[in-house]
Structures are given as structure tokens and as C-alpha cells.
Design a protein around this ligand. Structure first.
Ligand SMILES: Nc1ncnc2c1ncn2[C@@H]1O[C@H](COP(=O)(O)OP(=O)(O)OP(=O)(O)O)[C@@H](O)[C@H]1O
Ligand SMILES: [Mg+2]
Length: 247
């Protein structure tokens, strides 16, 4: 049986070609994920975490390598099919024109599925957004509201693979806990693979069973229990040191 998700020798060229710049942002990135897991993607700023997730969602093109979902390469799938399976929740949430409800309905409109208003309502409630007027212009929502709306927009698609880019960065502790517990439940119930970028090492430990560390143009894999057994301060120092002198 094919793995749920495979990454083979993925590379992205660096557009910064100045002296001292490396040729690639990252290269030789490979991973095989047999089934639904919870992966924390961590690394210092500017190491390519968002770029990697954007490539995995085909929002940006890889320069080398291959990506496969359930054994099928992205080269043999159209982008729409790919994005039904692999959904990216952006670091900077972008609201589409129209109301909150228009935004939530976008996914079903794009993919020709029925809009599951019951699920939308349930997710809004679980994320503490039940007070929100669905007729409100989405662009007028706060940063934290927009982040949760984008997350719900992606969940309504029920993707096999969910790519989460610092999605709790604008949220208070209470809302952050709601997002974490919703996604942990969702992962269990729906069997969704989560790849979650965060700078919060305690959050990374809470939400993952496996960790990917990106730095110096490489991706390393660890078990979360081993990696996060080190105190957060020691770990953070290591990241900073590993990045020094290479960029
Ligand atoms: N072809 C390219 N595509 C995308 N980014 C590129 C490219 N070439 C160079 N870059 C640079 O690579 C860096 C990678 O940025 P990216 O947003 O992926 O980092 P990040 O790890 O997500 O950082 P942060 O933690 O601050 O969000 C940026 O400095 C970007 O300008
Ligand atoms: Mg980023």
C-alpha cells in the first residue's frame, strides 16, 4: 500500500544570489509519511518553513523533486484535485471579498460540493466564534478572527493533509487552546495528517508526535518525545547556533 504522503528530494532555489547566499533555500528534503500523523515543523525565521508548506500545497513550484499523495505524483494530478487533498492555512490569513459566510462557502463553491452549514456552525462554536455575525464583511474581522475563519474554511474541505502555518500566532491563550484541542480531535476522528509550523516549542510538543527541524537548507526528522525532552531554552539556543554562519 502506498504511503499517505511522500516527499522525494525536494529543493527550492534561493532567489537571493548575492555573495555568501546559498544556492538553495533547502535541498534534498525527503520524508515518507505512512499514515495520519501530527508533525511539528520548527526552525528559525527565514529558514523556509512557509516556503516548504506552500510548495507542499502547490501554491509555489518545487525546483527539484517530487511529491506524492497516496502514491500519485503531483505531476499526474491537476492542481484542484491536489488542493482538495492538501490544504494550506496561511501565516497571514487572506479573506476573500464578501461576508464571513461567503468565505466559508468558498470551498464548496470551488469544488462543487454541498455546503455543510451544520459543520460550519459547530466549528465556529468550538473555536469561540459563535458570537460572530456571519453577514459581517470578512475583511473587517480582527487578525485572530480571520485566522480561525481561514482554518474553518480549510476544515470544511476535509483534506487528507492539513498544512498549518503559525495559525495561533494572533490568538490569546484561551483561543489557542481551543484550536489545539479542535485539531487534535479532528486528527483522530478524520484521520487527517497535520503538518504544523510553530515557534512555540511547548505548543510543538503538545500537538505533535514527530518533529521536522529545518535549518542550514536541510530537514531533519526526530521523534517529538526525544527532541522535546530537552528544555525549550536549550533547544532554542541550538536552532540559533545551527543557523549562524550559513546565511
Ligand atoms: N524562491 C523563493 N521562494 C520563496 N522564498 C524565497 C525564495 N528565494 C529566497 N527566498 C527567501 O527565503 C526565505 C524563506 O522564507 P520563509 O517565509 O519560507 O521562512 P520561514 O521559515 O517561514 O520564516 P518565518 O518563521 O519568519 O515565518 C525568505 O527570506 C525569502 O525571501
Ligand atoms: Mg513563515
Amino acid at each position: 500500500m502506498s504511503a499517505l504522503f511522500e516527499i522525494h528530494n525536494l529543493a527550492k532555489l534561493n532567489w537571493d544570489t548575492g555573495e555568501g547566499a546559498s544556492k538553495y533555500i533547502f535541498a534534498g528534503v525527503s520524508a515518507e509519511i505512512a499514515g495520519p500523523e501530527r508533525i511539528a515543523l520548527i526552525g528559525a525565521s527565514g529558514q523556509g518553513k512557509s516556503t516548504l508548506l506552500r510548495i507542499l500545497a502547490l501554491l509555489d513550484a518545487p525546483d527539484e523533486g517530487d511529491l506524492l499523495v497516496n502514491g500519485t505524483s503531483y505531476k499526474n494530478m491537476n492542481v484542484r484535485q491536489w488542493r482538495m487533498a492538501v490544504s494550506y492555512v496561511a501565516q497571514q490569513s487572506v479573506m476573500l471579498p464578501g461576508s464571513v459566510e461567503d468565505n466559508l462557502r468558498t470551498v464548496s463553491r470551488l469544488h462543487g460540493n454541498a455546503y455543510d452549514s451544520k459543520l460550519a456552525e459547530q466549528l465556529l462554536q468550538q473555536l469561540g466564534l459563535d458570537y460572530l455575525d456571519l453577514g459581517k464583511t470578512a475583511a473587517d474581522c480582527s487578525g485572530g478572527e480571520k485566522q480561525r475563519i481561514s482554518l474553518i474554511r480549510s476544515l470544511l474541505l476535509r483534506p487528507r493533509i492539513l498544512l498549518l502555518d503559525e495559525i495561533t500566532a494572533s490568538l490569546d491563550i484561551n483561543s489557542t487552546q481551543k484550536v489545539e484541542s479542535l485539531l487534535t480531535d479532528w486528527h483522530l476522528k478524520e484521520g487527517t495528517l497535520l503538518i504544523w509550523v510553530t515557534h512555540d516549542l511547548e505548543q510543538a510538543h503538545r500537538i505533535s508526535n514527530r518533529a521536522w527541524v529545518i535549518g542550514n537548507g536541510e530537514l531533519q526528522e526526530h521523534s517529538s518525545d526525544t527532541l522535546f525532552a530537552e528544555p525549550a531554552a536549550v533547544l532554542a539556543k541550538k536552532f540559533i547556533q545551527s543557523v549562524k554562519g550559513t546565511r
